[in-house]
Design a protein around this ligand. Structure first.
Ligand code: URA
Length: 444
């Protein structure tokens, strides 16, 4: 292969053929294409774009760079769900046990928080004893037995994505729809599930800031999944404010358990039920969306989801008593109320700034190597479209020191905009992609 020829062809907007993309990516992983050359290729692709065929080939090449999970020995149906990243998105903790309760098998490979977005593994590891580094054999036997596992992706899965993502991060080439779609879908295809549901976030706390961009990303991901023979669909969901009320790690686990106990209503519960219902449709466990929602709600309200969560925690070495005793979760030294600075309706939030405020408290990391503090974060109880009076307690900061708590309360308030003339709560599911022939339509 002539490395420069491939880079020049992308630079000059020529269509690359299958072999060219595959060889370029695999040679990069083997060290024959160096970082400068891959960076130039990514920038050329960022500027010129990739056709559907090229995006498919890129995905397949990344997939071929490592191992894949073989779920064919599981009794199935196997499902996976993936959120493109947001703030206070603890849905996996609610969705995975409910999906298992509905007869699906879910092998969920999750990530850690980075920047303003939280990560499921960090949240789970705030449960005493919880392990997330399962071997492939452990994952499969656990899923066959209890229907779910949530664990870290091994380094052998899609190494090309890991290497290319680090370069994209350093060269301002993350924000390209074909590059994001191939990155996400190479990992989902390697995860091996028959049905894949994407939760593409849109708004101030998401990668995609407009519904048009989010639709484009969702359509690109669904097309890749379908062409690879997996039942694939996507929800486009609001992230113009944090999804739940808690932003942190242990406190998000607490919120998820309260949802599973039936004690907490609101957007985390709603979105979790939506995701379970759409997973049931994709995997053929339900015929239409209403029936799917109904069974999902029944699994939650009956307490069966909570019971399944306890079995999952126990299977991964955690203390299952956490479902009953939230006091087992790490608690912050300092708590401080957040008081509304003015009268009015909450009209906008900078969700990215809210996520960053939690990260600065120690709940997240700027660099991959940073340590996190599982106990810290904040609760923001006021949602868009709701009214508050000046001085009313609209949230609580959980911090390691008084100084941190004061700073975080200011940062949270700075990320909120109030208006004098009312407001509306945004729709949770903005659109769906890939459900035309599966009986799904936007729910709420
Ligand atoms: N998440 C991913 O997995 N890949 C991207 O490129 C962006 C977000």
């Amino acid at each position: 292969m002539d490395i420069q020829e491939t880079i020049a062809a992308k630079r000059d907007d020529e269509e690359l053929d299958r072999g060219q993309i595959r060889e370029f990516v695999l040679s990069y992983v083997q060290g024959e294409v160096d970082d400068e050359q891959m960076a130039a290729f990514l920038m050329a692709g960022y500027l010129q774009g990739f056709s559907e065929e090229e995006t498919d080939e890129l995905t397949k090449a990344m997939l071929a760079s490592g191992e894949s999970l073989d779920l064919s020995l599981l009794s199935g149906p196997t499902v996976d769900k993936h959120s493109t990243g947001g703030v206070s998105d603890g849905t996996t903790l609610v969705v995975a046990p409910l999906a298992a309760e509905l007869g699906m098998q879910i092998v969920k490979l999750s990530g850690r928080g980075l920047g303003h977005t939280g990560g499921t593994l960090d949240k789970l590891e705030s449960i005493p004893g919880m392990r997330t580094d399962l071997s492939a054999q452990e994952m499969l036997s656990q899923v066959e037995e209890i229907g779910l596992c949530v664990c870290a992706q091994s380094g052998d899965l899609v190494p090309a994505d890991r290497m290319m993502y680090a370069l994209r991060d350093a060269t301002a080439t993350v924000g390209s729809i074909p590059l994001i779609a191939s990155s996400v879908m190479s990992k989902k295809l390697a995860g091996g599930a028959e049905a894949i549901l994407l939760d593409v976030k849109v708004g101030s706390g998401a990668f995609m800031k407009t519904p048009a961009e989010a639709r484009e990303l969702a359509a690109a991901c669904v097309a890749i999944g379908e062409r690879a023979g997996r039942a694939t669909g996507a929800l486009i969901s609001d992230m113009s404010q944090p999804l739940g009320e808690m932003v942190g790690n242990a406190i998000e686990v607490r919120e998820a358990i309260e949802v599973l106990r039936g004690e907490r209503r609101g957007r985390l519960r709603e979105q979790s039920l939506n995701l379970v219902a759409y997973l049931a449709l994709l995997s053929g466990r339900a015929e239409d969306l209403d029936a799917a929602r109904e069974v999902a709600e029944r699994a939650l309200d009956s307490g069966k989801g909570l019971e399944r969560f306890g079995r999952f925690v126990e299977a991964q070495g955690g203390d299952p008593r956490v479902s009953e005793d939230l006091g087992l979760l790490p608690e912050a030294k300092v708590t401080r109320e957040i008081e509304a600075a003015e009268d009015g309706w909450l009209s906008a939030t900078d969700a990215e700034a809210l996520g960053a405020a939690a990260a600065r408290l120690g709940a997240g990391r700027e660099k991959k190597e940073d340590e996190i503090d599982p106990a810290v974060g904040f609760e923001l109880r006021l949602k868009l479209g709701q009214e508050a009076e000046k001085g009313a307690a609209i949230g609580t900061v959980f911090a390691a020191s008084e100084d941190d708590a004061g700073r975080a309360a200011e940062q949270v308030l700075a990320a909120l905009e109030f208006s004098a003339d009312g407001g509306e709560e945004p729709q949770l599911v903005v659109d769906v992609v890939g459900f035309d022939e599966r009986g799904g339509s936007p729910s709420r």
